[in-house]
Design a protein around this ligand. Structure first.
Ligand code: CTP
Length: 319
């Protein structure tokens, strides 16, 4: 390993260095990607030592009762109260129980997806995972429409839907949830304080509008378990991003995992500007170290797995 790679793996992140390394790698790996089933199985087995996505993907009804309190994972002093509404919407069994798919897509939110024409390819996968309720319709040529599993950080309720305080915001939110039909809406509700009121607002709307969407809430150990797995592989990621959480979980039930929309860099391989999100004007927060994630380090790790055939990263246009 070069000194630069060592530094990156230790977490001394130098964005431009990573981008250059990645571009160098890209040239080698564009020619042909082949799945390495031995490695896929090895990774699945190793991850299973830390978490079992079938179980950790969601808490279930029988383990809680209304009135229970849950300590937030990242702020143990504060608690989340399990309301009647939340309890009534908890799954009876894991939403991934006995699931196994040949191919899965995990769709990240990078602007690299714009003009990619990847929509059809993404929708052709057996199971499509999306992050943070990202809008699909105006971008469907590039991102597709199929959604089997959609994550939503509670902060999205505040940032995109104004805390659901007014009718217009509520209607927009309900309309977005309708597009999910009866697929899974995965809400990491117990991570940081302040989520409770947003989660309650969401659940009240789901009940009021009789929405078919199936809510799920990750187990309290999921984040630490995912972190633990990467840490034993010498990848120190304090707070795994949604995309990394989804890849890690997907190893449990997908034979072949394809990642789209993963590109945490402001320039593409030709030096053109890339938006942080394909659908809004958010900036690259972690560049200032203000953000909680280490997406470039995660990316480098995923890129290595891509090069070894454990997963497929698509960062260019789809054929
Ligand atoms: N992603 C990426 N490059 C970007 C933006 C996103 O690789 N420029 C990937 C990351 O894996 C990220 C996922 O796409 O987790 C979804 O994006 P976003 O909704 O921004 O992710 P979160 O991790 O939930 O971010 P935050 O906690 O800041 O809300």
């Amino acid at each position: 390993r070069s000194e630069r790679e060592e530094a990156v793996l230790k977490g001394n992140i130098d964005l431009s260095a990573i981008r250059l390394m990645v571009i160098g790698d890209l040239n080698d790996s564009r020619s042909g990607w082949k799945i390495n089933l031995t490695l896929v199985n090895k990774i699945r087995k190793e991850i299973l030592r830390f978490l079992d996505a079938e179980r950790d993907v969601s808490i279930i009804k029988s383990n809680y009762k209304p009135g229970d309190t849950i300590h937030y994972v990242l702020d143990r002093r504060r608690t989340f109260n399990v309301s009647k509404t939340l309890h009534s919407l908890l799954p009876e069994v894991s939403p991934l129980k006995n699931k196994r798919f040949k191919t899965c897509a995990v769709v990240g939110n990078s602007g690299i997806l714009l003009q990619s024409g990847c929509g059809k390819e993404i929708d052709s996968h057996d199971f499509v995972i999306r992050c943070n309720l990202a809008p699909l319709e105006p971008f469907s040529d590039d991102v597709g429409l199929k959604s089997d599993f959609t994550t939503m950080n509670p902060s999205v309720v505040q940032r995109v839907y104004g805390g659901l305080h007014n009718k217009t915001a509520q209607e927009a939110f309900v309309q977005r949830l309708r597009q999910l039909n009866d697929s899974v809406l995965w809400i990491p509700a117990f991570m940081v304080k302040g989520s409770e009121r947003h989660v309650n607002g969401v659940n009240e709307l789901i009940l009021k509008h009789k929405l078919k969407v199936r809510t799920a809430y990750p187990s309290l150990r999921l984040m630490h378990a995912v972190r633990g797995f990467w840490l034993t592989n010498k990848i120190n990621i304090k707070r795994p991003s949604t995309g990394l959480l989804m890849y890690t979980m997907a190893t449990r039930f997908c034979d072949e995992i394809h990642l789209y929309g993963f590109w945490p860099f402001p320039k593409d391989s030709n030096g053109n500007t890339v938006k942080y999100h394909y659908y809004d004007t958010l900036k690259y927060r972690y560049l200032s170290r203000a953000g909680p994630h280490r997406m470039p380090l995660e990316f480098k790790t995923l890129k290595t797995l891509h090069n070894n055939g454990a997963l497929k990263l698509t960062m260019s246009k789809c054929a």
